[in-house]
Ligand binder design. Sequence first.
Ligand SMILES: NC(=O)c1ccc[n+]([C@@H]2O[C@H](COP(=O)([O-])OP(=O)(O)OC[C@H]3O[C@@H](n4cnc5c(N)ncnc54)[C@H](OP(=O)(O)O)[C@@H]3O)[C@@H](O)[C@H]2O)c1
Length: 232
Amino acid sequence: MGERFSVKTKQPFVFSNLAVSLDGKIATTSREFFAIGSPRDLRLLRKLRDEADVILFGAEVLRTFRKACLPLARGRRITNAVLSRTLSGIDPEWPFFNDDRIDRILYVTGKVPERRLRQFQKKAIVVNIDASRPALAILRDLARRKVGRVGVEGGGGIMWEFVKSNLIDEYFVTIVPRILGGVNAPTLVDGKGFTPLEALNLELYRSRRVGSELFLIYRPVPSRGKIHPLLR
Ligand SMILES: NC(=O)c1ccc[n+]([C@@H]2O[C@H](COP(=O)([O-])OP(=O)(O)OC[C@H]3O[C@@H](n4cnc5c(N)ncnc54)[C@H](OP(=O)(O)O)[C@@H]3O)[C@@H](O)[C@H]2O)c1
């Protein structure tokens, strides 16, 4: 815990951007594709992509969306990167793999059968990474590729990999006026979770209300744990 790329000293800069319901969920229990935010939120999502070199998401997002994640600016080329153990349940014929407006990197921690691997290698760069700290391994690989800015777009599974080592510099969170419920519905950050002493503390950097939606930006503060430094 605690190791992180410093915003000031090392690239890439990492931001996350997700929309959450009032009860902290990012999708329903079925996990089917459902843009929970407003058109304004979707515009923000794409606008933030305009400033990113790489957009990164978990394999479950790819399995539900199956398409390229594009920026707002026409003609702006970004890389879509995906984290998966073995790429199971992912089809190299999906539109995602045949969209020539993006470049693709697949980060895998496990062994992909050779024949399947070759199919993916025709469409994407496939990088084997350390299974113990995948987020750090991804950022190191992207730094080697001279990437300056990475947007992590969820879901909750991949978010945990970044959050557990405090690798996100800015959290863009849109609170949408819906309640989704469901004990098994994904949340902003899932995974194993922190103990009270490990809890990541943040401060509100910016906020904007538009209608019933709240557009928030949070940044981590240096100390961890249950006594929030801003409350002392
Ligand atoms: N509201 C929003 O803003 C928003 C944003 C994004 C997503 N979503 C929704 O959230 C849901 C997906 O979220 P999710 O939490 O279920 O999944 P996710 O984070 O998108 O993807 C989870 C997958 O990432 C891979 N992964 C995670 N940790 C890994 C590790 N340590 N090593 C290797 N691979 C790892 C695994 O892929 P493999 O299974 O291939 O091994 C895992 O199944 C979808 O319903 C999507 O629509 C909503």
